[in-house]
Design a protein around this ligand. Structure first.
Ligand code: SAH
Length: 376
């Protein structure tokens, strides 16, 4: 084989790509470069994305020489589930260990006839939102497309017999739009006919509001978009979601107006209710005004506490009063109950725990337990 500079680089153990980072075109080229007909690329894709193959050996209808050539050139690392925790409400959190030792969390959330998978896009996060535990980790690194998509296979293996994933939300660790090319790679493999063939309507990408990337994503794929808004003034949003200093509210809302939404689809705005920070009736009125020009719906979310955060959840009465103002302003607004709280799998609590020193982990646990006793 005639190796280009890049191929030589790829053939070293550290730099080999995971074969699930390849598009169909690239799989076809890889087959051709191994002296095979391009249609073999489709066969490989079928093994990877339909059958969830986790080694080249199982791809029995490929010639042995091709399997060997692929194994020399690419990795195909199975998602390594290091721990599984099940909450009393059926929520299930998987801790996945990546090849370099990093860890991420993926959460399966059953609700009625839906089962939603909450997917991570980065190990840690650089966005620094004050109310989110993942932010405390800082950004360790971007996940590859393969690592993002592999969470689906890992989760499927943990489902109860007969259960199926029905919805996919990018609301796990990380800011998906800060890892755009790999996010797009994963979404392509998830939605393409040669990939997992999941309908993009079943996928929601949640962003803290990285304006240019929101527009790019929706121009590319008709997935649903959720925007983490959390405040109605720049002053408050600057504090709790510092990305606002770069893309302030007016610019964010303007960008939302321009997004190419599919007929009847709406942007979801997430709003974590924080006592004394963003939960007044005036906030609710401002929210109505802000979102009036948009096809929007609002998810009001109880703040889930975590170690080291001084923020407090708004009392239930305040959340309900807030919701009532939105309803009177003709906004659809749903109150989200916390799921998976007892295993720290709830929104904002994902923090691959082995990164905590042991005593901090214990403190974390105690504090969380104490906080769970708090009545709404
Ligand atoms: N970076 C993306 C994806 C992460 S999901 C984004 O910001 O949208 C972020 C969502 O998790 C927030 O919108 C909020 O709904 C939820 N969240 C984060 N921290 C939370 C906490 N401590 N309590 C409750 N919800 C939280």
């Amino acid at each position: 084989m005639n190796l280009s500079g890049e191929d030589r680089h790829n053939s070293s153990a550290v730099a080999r790509r995971d074969i699930r980072d390849l598009t169909l075109d690239e799989l076809e080229s890889a087959a051709a470069e191994a002296g095979e007909r391009p249609y073999r690329g489709r066969q490989i894709a079928h093994w990877l994305w339909r059958k969830g193959a986790e080694s080249f050996d199982v791809m029995q209808d490929l010639p042995a020489a091709l399997r060997t050539a692929l194994a020399e050139r690419f990795t195909l690392a199975p998602a390594n589930v290091a721990a599984v925790r099940r909450a009393s409400d059926g929520t299930c959190k998987l801790l996945l260990r990546l090849a370099d030792g990093e860890a991420i969390e993926t959460v399966i959330i059953p609700a009625g006839d839906r089962t939603t998978l909450c997917i991570s896009s980065q190990a840690g996060c650089a966005m620094g939102c004050e109310f989110c535990a993942t932010a405390r980790m800082g950004l360790h690194r971007n996940l590859t497309a393969a690592e993002i998509a592999a969470q689906v296979f890992a989760a499927r293996r943990e489902l109860n017999p007969g259960a199926q994933l029905t919805n996919y939300v990018f609301m796990g660790m990380g800011e998906p739009l800060a890892n755009y090319p790999r996010l797009l790679g994963a979404l392509t493999a998830m939605t393409a006919p040669w990939g997992m063939a999941i309908s993009p309507r079943r996928i929601t990408v949640s962003t803290v509001g990285i304006v240019p990337m929101m527009e790019k994503l929706l121009a590319e794929l008709p997935v649903n978009l959720a925007v983490s808004l959390h405040a109605t003034t720049d002053e408050a949003r600057d504090r709790i979601a510092p990305i606002n200093r770069r893309y302030p509210l007016a610019e964010l809302i303007r960008a939302c107006r321009r997004l190419p939404l599919k007929a009847r689809s709406r942007i979801t705005f997430e709003y974590v209710m924080l006592a004394g920070v963003n939960d007044t009736i005036d906030d609710a009125r401002r929210l109505v005004k802000l979102l009036a020009p948009l096809r929007a719906k609002v998810n009001l979310i109880f703040f889930n506490p975590f170690a080291g955060s001084d923020l407090e959840r708004s009392p239930r009465a305040a959340v309900e009063a807030f919701q009532a103002v939105l309803h009177r302003g003709n906004l659809t607004a749903t109150i989200r109950e916390s799921r998976g709280l007892d295993i720290a799998a709830a929104c904002g609590q994902l923090y691959a725990e082995q990164h905590l020193p042991q005593d901090a982990g214990a403190r974390d646990h105690e504090r969380r337990a104490a906080q769970l006793g708090i009545q709404d």
